[in-house]
Design a protein around this ligand. Structure first.
Ligand code: GCO
Ligand code: MG
Length: 406
């Protein structure tokens, strides 16, 4: 079998998604997600200019070899643009292979290790009462675990929450203006506020509900250690991205001071970004998404490396991972023994109409479905009705105007 066509399709049914569609000489097609939020067109150019010409004529069954060819063959390794492009090829090839086998992809990855995938949803509120309502809404949808984020007194806009939004959400923080939205930040105010939020949530919902919180890379190691210690009484399922992710050794200090479980990795691109963290067991959950990590091929290696260190998985699943990227992750989740939890924000109706998917969310559990391949079909006509729209993620400034991590 040979690859005869590879096309990059960009669509914006609410937000931008970049999809690679590979076609073989036997008419089998495969899809891969290459969406890099806020920098979408860089991956489009990488694929169209530098990768698609290399794919034509290759045997789609040679997945590992193609991965190494694109990774090592470029000489310039790693980075989100490169790895999103390689991920799209890798997932499309797994999709083709599983379709040819007539099996849902998880069967090729070892078969199901569980009946369904527990999820967490996002609860956001400008203040605590609004947050409590949002937690109730997520529970009503079926989520069995909830990530809680609130506004911080004195700050106008923080990650995940905006004044003026009736139902604040991380994804609405995305600007489609010529320049990114600016959010504001005060670390001391945040560190004081978070324990009071968790206290209120525990008082309302009791001790059993698994709670998560995302710091979004904003703290120094010392500040992160202080936060992890101060929230210990509230028994978090995890504390996410408590320090900027590129400094792996920073997590040592946090670990020395707290037993709060730690999750990290949504911005990582390769297994090397986890080396110190896993070798020294400095984290409890790996957060990478198939889309930003080079595909299913390296994610399997990461999951196994994590398992050796008794670390579980928690794949990144915001709205900016397309249904193609979501589906790929769900097949891995179902097969992996060390699955922990799956983030699940869902997508707009328009997105679900463009990307028709076999995966389901029922009774609080996700399942990738039984369709051969990854189980997603792209309706190209529907996609064409939603052309690309430029957009940026917000930037973050301290009250004196200094740029801070977002
Ligand atoms: C999460 C993430 C997202 C990111 C977004 C950036 O934990 O879901 O932090 O909300 O901010 O994916 O594109
Ligand atoms: Mg996050």
């Amino acid at each position: 079998m040979k690859i005869v066509d590879a096309r990059v399709i960009v669509t914006c049914p609410g937000r931008n998604f970049v999809t690679l569609k590979i076609t073989t000489d036997e008419g089998v097609t495969g899809l891969g997600d290459a969406t890099l939020n806020g920098r979408e067109q860089a991956v489009v150019a990488y694929l169209r200019e530098h990768v698609v010409p290399l794919l034509i004529g290759l045997d789609p069954h040679r997945i590992e070899d193609t991965w190494q060819y694109l990774y090592r063959g470029a000489y310039w390794r790693r980075g989100p643009v490169t790895m999103a492009a390689i991920a799209a090829v890798d997932v499309a090839l797994w999709d083709v292979k599983a379709k040819v086998a007539g099996l849902p992809l998880y069967q090729l990855l070892g078969g199901a290790s569980r009946e369904g995938l527990r999820t967490y949803g996002h609860a956001n509120g400008r203040d605590i009462p609004e947050l409590l309502d949002s937690v109730r809404a997520r529970l009503a949808e079926g989520h069995t675990s909830v990530r809680v984020q609130t506004g911080v007194p004195g700050l106008r806009r923080v990650y995940g929450v905006h004044s003026g939004d009736p139902v604040p959400s991380g994804d609405r923080s995305r600007s489609e203006d010529a320049r990114p939205l600016v959010e504001d930040w005060d670390t001391a105010a945040y560190l004081r506020h978070v324990p009071t939020v968790l206290e209120a949530v525990r008082a309302e919902f009791g001790p059993e509900l698994p709670l998560l919180h995302d710091v979004h890379h904003r703290l120094s190691p010392q500040q992160a250690a202080r936060l992890a210690k101060s929230v210990e009484p509230y028994d978090l399922f995890w504390l996410e991205d408590c320090t900027p992710a590129e400094n792996q050794a920073a997590l040592r200090l946090v670990r020395q001071h707290s037993t709060t479980p730690l999750a990290i990795g949504e911005v990582f691109n390769t297994i090397h970004d986890y080396k110190t963290l896993l070798d020294e067991q400095l984290v409890d959950f790996v957060r990478s998404a198939v889309t930003h990590f080079g595909g299913i091929t390296p994610m399997r290696k990461l999951f196994d490396y994590a398992a050796v260190n008794q670390v579980r998985t928690g794949i990144h699943g915001p709205e900016d991972i397309s249904p193609v990227g979501m589906a790929a992750g769900l097949h891995l989740d179902l097969a992996a023994h060390n699955f922990g939890i799956q983030e699940y924000s869902g997508h707009t109706d328009a997105t679900n109409a463009v990307f028709r998917h076999a995966y389901t969310f029922e009774g609080g559990y996700l399942h990738p479905g039984e369709a051969p391949g990854i189980g997603v079909e792209l309706d190209e006509e529907a996609a064409a009705a939603f052309p690309y729209r430029p957009g940026y993620l917000p930037v973050n400034r301290l009250v004196d105007g200094t740029v801070h991590d977002w």
